[in-house]
Ligand binder design. Structure first.
Ligand code: 5AD
Ligand code: SF4
Length: 457
């Protein structure tokens, strides 16, 4: 739906291989996975590989997978069948990495197309796994050990995006929140924060290379904590990154409603270059569901956090994630989700049907008892409501002035540019020749539910 849950990210930066070995990388899942693919590329480049835009020209295929819902996994099985057909025509090493590699290691290794399986904490081992495979006459290789320390802190990811404007920095890995529906703690292991010095160093390097926006990533950024000579929490990390360069924007995701602190909100308010957008997944508007989901907050707590965000930053946009049809969800619970959405008036949402993940607390304890057609109809209702609210919120932006960071040409019309305002809303406006990475001052003249239409001022 949007780049947060990117389900078809291809390796598109074409390079001349110049005798180097070609690697083709396909990434599914969240921004964290996109950043992990960049870490993998950095590790492989040191081994003489170069990113290759076409699978046919590559000798190595990396498929970086997601396990969050069953449909994410089904898509990967489908791709593996395509790779198997490719392998019949052309020698290819296929390496499955990421969350599904961690969850379904044995099944994956049995698949005809698969040569190597490596979990999210095993990327440094990829060169050794490739070597062992060659030495052992093509024997399949696996490493899915999770670590309590790995943060890839010393690795500068090779950026795969095309415009050189916005980059991710991963500030922590893993997750200690055992939400009952979620597979992530099992696929990415326990939470660990990365040394802030390495984060700041990476940010400086990006800024020196011309990047204008840095997106700090973590499963739960609010619980970032580094205990070194100085204790650094998320608010102090935000402050340190924002102070590097006032011209560089800072974004972050994802926040957890139980952890997002007033200190973080005041820090955001204090720095113009910290973008005024918070992604705050609510999951459900029913306190009974939130309890079963083990979210550790209830409806009132969530609404109070929203009130605080708006008190401190009236112009801050808020987006969310919603799950429809979690175990035992009644029509009344569902109505509470709709009423919460009406009350909060989110600027955007990622909306999903509940998908049972084997091994999670919900799968062990509760019955996945909402019929599929009910899940679908509830999800459709949630989507329709959010589309209406997004459109109404966008209509309220008409006439306002925004500073937009130009990302590139609009996909529909190359006489138009597109870029985001601080509140993360996508703006499209006529090109005056501004280049990616420059700021444009615009006035909003129209909108759809997904985009603001603007003119230069
Ligand atoms: N089923 C459906 N959606 C899920 N999410 C996480 N686990 C599941 C699941 N089992 C959603 C949540 C989370 C987002 C990343 O994915 O909304 O915030
Ligand atoms: Fe990202 Fe979660 Fe999917 Fe893993 S399972 S790739 S952490 S969305």
């Amino acid at each position: 739906m949007d780049k947060t849950y990117n389900n078809n990210f291809k390796s598109v930066r074409p390079v001349a291989l110049d005798g180097r070995k070609g690697v083709y990388i396909e990434t599914y899942g969240c921004q964290m996975n996109v950043n992990d693919s960049e870490v993998i590329l950095s590790i492989l480049e040191k081994e003489g590989f170069a990113l290759c835009g076409e699978m046919e020209k590559a000798g190595l295929v990396i498929i970086n997978t997601c396990a969050i819902r069953d449909n994410a996994e089904q898509r990967i099985w489908g791709r593996l069948d395509v790779f198997r057909q490719m392998k019949a025509r052309h020698p290819l090493v296929v390496c499955v990495v990421g969350c599904m590699a961690e969850r379904l290691k044995d099944e994956l290794l049995k698949h005809k197309a698969v040569d190597i399986v490596a979990g999210p904490d095993s990327y440094r081992k990829l060169p050794a796994l490739l070597r062992s495979m060659t030495e052992e006459d093509g024997r399949k290789q696996i490493d899915v050990m999770l670590s309590s320390e790995e943060t890839y802190a010393d690795i500068s990811p090779v950026r795969m995006d095309k415009n050189g404007v916005s980059a991710f920095i991963s500030i922590m890995r893993g997750c200690n929140n055992v939400c009952s529906y979620c597979v992530v703690p099992y696929t990415r292991g326990i939470e660990r924060s990365r040394d802030p010095e390495t984060i700041i160093r990476e940010a400086r390097e990006l800024i020196e290379c011309g990047y204008k926006e840095i997106n700090l990533l973590g499963q739960n950024v609010d619980s970032y904590l580094w205990k070194g000579q100085e204790t650094v929490n998320f608010a102090s990390l935000l402050r340190k990154t924002a102070e590097i360069s006032p011209d560089t924007r800072i974004r972050f995701s994802t926040s957890h409603p139980k952890d997002i602190s007033d200190e973080v909100l005041y820090t955001m308010a204090r720095y113009d270059n910290i973008c005024k957008h918070i992604h705050l997944p609510v999951q459900s508007g029913s306190s009974r569901m939130l309890e079963l989901m083990r979210r550790k907050y209830d409806r009132d707590w969530y609404l109070e956090r929203i009130r605080k965000i708006r008190e401190i930053m009236p112009d801050c946009s808020v987006t969310t994630d919603v799950i429809a049809g979690f175990c035992t969800e009644t029509e009344e619970d569902h109505r509470e989700t709709l009423s919460l959405m009406e009350e909060v008036r989110f600027d955007g949402a990622f909306m999903f049907q509940y998908s049972e993940r084997p091994g999670t607390l919900a799968a062990r304890r509760y019955k996945d008892d909402v019929p599929p057609e009910t899940k679908t109809s509830r999800l459709n209702e949630i989507i329709a409501l959010q589309n209406r609210i997004s459109l109404e919120n966008n209509q309220k932006e008409i006439g306002k002035h925004f500073r937009v960071l130009v990302e590139g040409h609009s996909k529909r019309d190359k006489d138009f540019l597109s870029g985001r305002a601080s509140n993360n809303k996508m703006c499209v406006f006529p090109s005056k020749g501004q280049r990616p990475g420059e700021y444009a001052e615009v006035r909003i003249t129209g909108c759809t539910s997904a985009t603001l239409i603007a003119e230069n001022i």
